[in-house]
Unconditional design. Structure first.
Length: 273
């Protein structure tokens, strides 16, 4: 990219479109740090698995471009499938051990597809840094591992989860929720608050902290828990006690829509209600 040759700092935010205020926060952070901000909009087929309908993924490109313009994005990169995966393309990145469970268990090959397209986009855009949200916390850690293991020069910048006024994490998947299920979905963030409150009361047993979150979610009609896990925040390894920075991660099906959320667990952290 010519901007790099001119000594300008390039910030990059890869997306699959259907952009919302959570994405806008990522763009704003990139704008704060960079001379040139690039946003990609590419619905990556390689991260969709069995039972996940690629054709139904929302593609409101005109609205996406308008949001990018409002946020001061300099370049909106909208590649075609053939530009990313030309004829004969036969290489992929294989995600490591941190992809084995949680989202990786229910979506085999998903993270391979994510890391493959991220590596390709980094190669094309050549950004100095790239901004990812903590909403997809497992993905964030895997992208960090990708950059470290492959000695990529792109810095990975993390942004906290962006939430609606009622606490629900902003996500393109929220578009699939019925009005009633949208109201019920606040049980995810309330579960995270319950986990943090349990820790603040002095409980450090990870299973009991997770159970407190699960109890709140299960009390909401129509929810089907896929997992509630308390993990080491740096590695996602299973832990027995919360003795240093940890993360509670959960996935729920609500009205047929799979929602994920997560939050920090640390003795100095207090959630705002």
């Amino acid at each position: 990219m010519r901007a790099r040759a001119e000594g300008l700092t390039i910030g990059f935010v890869p997306t699959m479109g259907a952009l919302h205020s959570g994405h806008a926060a990522l763009f704003d952070e990139a704008r704060r740090r960079a001379d040139v901000v690039v946003v990609s909009v590419f619905v990556n087929p390689k991260q969709f698995g069995l039972g996940e309908d690629l054709s139904k993924y929302p593609r409101p490109l005109e609205a996406d471009v308008a949001l990018c313009a409002r946020c001061g994005v300099d370049v909106v990169f909208v590649p075609g499938i053939d530009e990313i995966y030309p004829a004969g393309f036969d290489t992929k990145v294989v995600a490591g051990a941190a992809a084995a469970d949680l989202e990786g268990a229910s979506r085999p090959g998903h993270f391979d597809g994510v890391l493959t397209v991220v590596a390709l986009l980094f190669s094309i855009v050549q950004p100095h840094f790239s901004v990812f949200g903590e909403k997809d916390f497992q993905q964030l850690l895997l992208v960090r591992r990708l950059a470290k293991d492959l000695r990529l020069t792109t810095e990975i910048v993390a942004m906290p989860v962006i939430r609606d006024v009622d606490g629900l994490a902003l996500s393109s998947r929220n578009l699939y929720l019925s009005p009633e299920d949208r109201r019920r979905a606040v049980c995810l963030s309330r579960g995270l608050v319950a986990a943090q409150d349990t820790l603040q009361r002095g409980e450090t047993d990870a299973s009991l902290i997770g159970a407190a979150a699960a109890a709140v979610v299960e009390a909401t009609a129509g929810t089907e828990i896929a997992y509630v896990e308390v993990r080491d925040a740096r590695t996602l390894a299973k832990i027995e006690r919360v003795e240093r920075e940890a993360r509670v991660l959960l996935a729920v099906k609500l009205g047929g829509v799979r929602l994920i959320d997560n939050g920090p667990l640390f003795h100095s952290v207090r959630w705002q209600r």
